[in-house]
Write a new protein. Structure first.
Length: 404
């Protein structure tokens, strides 16, 4: 791996996720200030992924054709505009503020392909053998973002929710500067010119169906859907769960999510590389799915904060491993010119599930109880394990432009 290149992209992703994690846990509390019930809280959380459904596959393809750096600038620029608008709306509280808040989340989602493009960047500068370890850096950046972001957001929220929003906007602006100054383009001018005229990098609505029908890529994409539904409910509903079940405020929820971030960093930095050298990616998928399914049940039944903190250890570890090896396997199952496109399609599928998961999670909490999301996620993860055993095969590294 080119460590000198990975460090700048790691820094860019960390700052991006720091600004993202500052705001995300606060959205249920912001929505509550406007009198929204749990169902509409879920609807607000779903607005961002609705934008990503359409934005990420297009941005992924554009990064294949025009390079990673300009699309990262476009994506982070969109996040900056969305966050500065959100902060000013919360500060000035104009007429129709709640509709503006919904609009900012939608716009941020439409331009929010930065993680997909960063993953494509890492795939450009790593060998297939080191791909999972390189992509693990994204997970580590995610974990570090969630160590500091929610805690900072919770702390800053004591002066009003507009303060963390404006601070997150300043971080996004700083990220634009970082990308411009320190991040080199991962695709050479010759490669970009070649990919720009390749049929493989053109965007088409038929691409998703064709990819899902492929014998290796298809099952991996289906697996991401299962995973995204199960873990998406955990992620998007956790702040509401903490508020309703454990009576935690925004600052306390931020500290718990910071603890989750520490766990994620430990796994991604300390274990992903070693595990992928010792076991195949499909073996790791199966083991992680089994442990994760059991852990979701324990999350559903956790009666207090202490036991929840214990249960969060296997959830954080196995979800991080499963997420990383699924992405790594996808990049190995396609040719180089299709990496951005396939990761964009994967992110689009995840975003489709993210439209459903906060709404479904909010419905489960409101109509059944705070234990219901955990049981539901466990059932979906058991289904994922069964699907992996039956359908998923170890991908062969692609050297040609044909997709398996």
């Amino acid at each position: 791996m080119k460590k000198s290149v990975l460090l700048p992209v790691f820094l860019v992703v960390f700052v991006d996720l720091l600004s993202f994690s500052l705001i995300l846990p606060l959205m249920p509390y912001i929505a509550a200030n406007y009198g929204l019930n749990p169902f509409f809280v879920g609807l607000l959380l779903a607005t961002y992924p609705i934008g990503q459904v359409f934005g990420t596959p297009i941005l992924g393809r554009l990064s294949d054709r025009f390079g990673r750096k300009p699309i990262l600038l476009l994506s982070v620029g969109g996040t900056f505009i969305a966050l500065i608008t959100l902060g000013l709306t919360l500060w000035l509280n104009p007429a129709g503020a709640i509709f503006i808040i919904f609009a900012t989340r939608l716009f941020d989602g439409l331009t929010g392909g930065n993680i997909t493009v960063a993953q494509s960047y890492i795939s450009d500068v790593t060998t297939p053998e080191n791909r999972a370890k390189g992509l693990g850096m994204i997970g580590a950046a995610f974990g570090l973002g969630f160590i500091f972001g929610p805690a900072m957001g919770g702390f800053l929220s004591q002066w009003g929710y507009q303060i963390p929003a404006l601070f997150a906007a300043s971080l996004s602006f700083m990220n634009l500067v970082l990308i411009t100054i320190i991040l080199p383009e991962s695709l050479s001018a010759e490669t970009r010119e070649k990919l720009r005229h390749s049929e493989k990098t053109k965007f088409s609505l038929k691409i998703l169906k064709e990819a899902l029908d492929k014998p290796v890529v298809g099952p991996l994409l289906h697996s991401r859907v299962y995973y995204s539904i199960a873990h998406g409910i955990f992620q998007t509903i956790f702040a509401l769960y903490a508020q309703k079940r454990l009576n935690l405020n925004a600052a306390q929820t931020g500290l718990v999510l910071g603890y989750v971030g520490i766990l994620v960093v430990i796994v991604q930095v300390g274990f992903i590389g070693k595990l992928t050298k010792k076991y195949t990616e499909t073996q790791l998928m199966k083991a992680s799915s089994l442990i994760l399914a059991i852990s979701y049940v324990l999350w559903a039944l956790a009666p207090n904060l202490i036991l929840l903190m214990i249960v969060l250890i296997p959830i954080s570890a196995t979800s991080g491993i499963l997420n990383t090896v699924l992405r790594s396997a996808l990049t190995k199952a396609v040719s180089r010119e299709e990496i951005g496109g396939i990761l964009g399609l994967s992110s689009s599928l995840e975003s489709m599930t993210s439209i459903l998961t906060p709404i479904l999670g909010g419905f489960l909490v409101a109509s059944i109880g705070t234990w219901a999301p955990g049981i539901f996620s466990s059932i979906v993860t058991i289904s994922l394990l069964w699907f992996i055993v039956r359908k998923v095969t170890e991908p062969k590294i692609q050297l040609s432009s044909d997709v398996l």
